[in-house]
Write a protein that binds this ligand. Sequence first.
Ligand SMILES: Cc1cc2nc3c(=O)[nH]c(=O)nc-3n(C[C@H](O)[C@H](O)[C@H](O)COP(=O)(O)OP(=O)(O)OC[C@H]3O[C@@H](n4cnc5c(N)ncnc54)[C@H](O)[C@@H]3O)c2cc1C
Length: 386
Amino acid sequence: MIFLHFYIPIRKQLKIVIIGGGYAGITALTTLLHFMPDADITIVDPRSKHIKITHLHETFRHPLRDFLVPFSVLEKRFGCRHICAEITITEDNIWQWQNNKSITIHEEILEFDYVLIASGAASVRVDRENNVIDLNDFMTVPGPDLLHRYLATATQEKPYISIVGGGATGIQFLFEIAHFIRRQKIECNLRLINGNNRVLQQFPTGFSQYTEARMNDLGIDFYPDTYYREQQKDRILLESKETKQEYELSSLMTLLFVGNRPDNLLSANTFGQVRINQQTMQNIFTAGDCSTYSSCGSNSMSAQSAVRKGKLAARNILRDSSVLKLFEPYLHRDFGYVVSLGPTDAVGWLAVENSVVSGIPALLIKELVESQYDLLLAAGIDTYFL
Ligand SMILES: Cc1cc2nc3c(=O)[nH]c(=O)nc-3n(C[C@H](O)[C@H](O)[C@H](O)COP(=O)(O)OP(=O)(O)OC[C@H]3O[C@@H](n4cnc5c(N)ncnc54)[C@H](O)[C@@H]3O)c2cc1C
């Protein structure tokens, strides 16, 4: 047995159900198996494949299959079970699971010692026309195929593609598409519509300055302080934030990257246990984008926080099952974030939020962080020491 502080096992084999096989869920899985190799773990996820979602914008230069790992492969690799199902996560259901110590899935009653809810934060789905796509579309169809599908219907000589959302996801897609269009010599224009006055609003201004300058270099039209209203047949309807005036522009299609849905967040104590109406669910933990820990640690919706919460929740599950019930609090602070700007450029911060790095050094940091997760997924090797 590998050593874990305050963990003196009293039971041989725990039964654990992980709801959601994303970054937090998979990290929890590998952590649990690291300390308890014979744990009986079931992952419940409606997808048939784990998605390395932090790479999704790269399908403009790599095959989508490079970023998908079938759960059947993970079952063999880690000796766990995958049930393909979407669980309805409500406060009532959580109470019921806690009281019964079981979950019913497809008429099968699954008894458990612990549940970890790691279902992520669903990206916002908007009522939309046929020529509007969002993040969910890129999970099943490679980026180039999606673009070509719409470009084939263009009647204008140099049509406009509109991208809505200047957050990290929108920017990463914007730059990949800009480079893809250049490489493929496709005749079309790109525009970015953003509700704020600068892109990457959640980061220091150095991020925005660098990114907007690169957008300018690539000839991307930028509409700050502008709200998207709707995409019509071949036009987009926008509204000025300042004047509230609506106006239309020519647009073949719109790509919406308007953020995550905040309505499925679960509150947790600093140890990762779910809290409902100020009551702690002893056997139900949560981690990743769906969780808000009551702690000074980072609750940012990022892969690095998801991984850290997944690890912590797994370790505290083991400690809860041990002789000494001494938990570890969540204290993780983000130590950086890098936004890629196409295949050869990136902008980010490291260690101190105002120390902005760009270009090759930023790209290298991103590669390093991504390879940490690849290692975890491929062989369960944990290199997240901080
Ligand atoms: C294009 C893109 C690039 C990004 N780049 C970065 C980056 O560079 N750095 C960074 O730190 N972060 C990045 N992020 C954010 C990061 O991907 C997320 O913060 C991270 O994936 C959150 O992990 P998670 O496990 O909470 O959720 P997810 O990874 O989203 O996994 C959730 C899983 O739960 C499953 N699920 C959902 N609902 C249910 C249900 N009801 N029942 C059962 N299963 C369910 C889903 O199918 C999914 O498999 C990026 C995100 C995107 C979209």
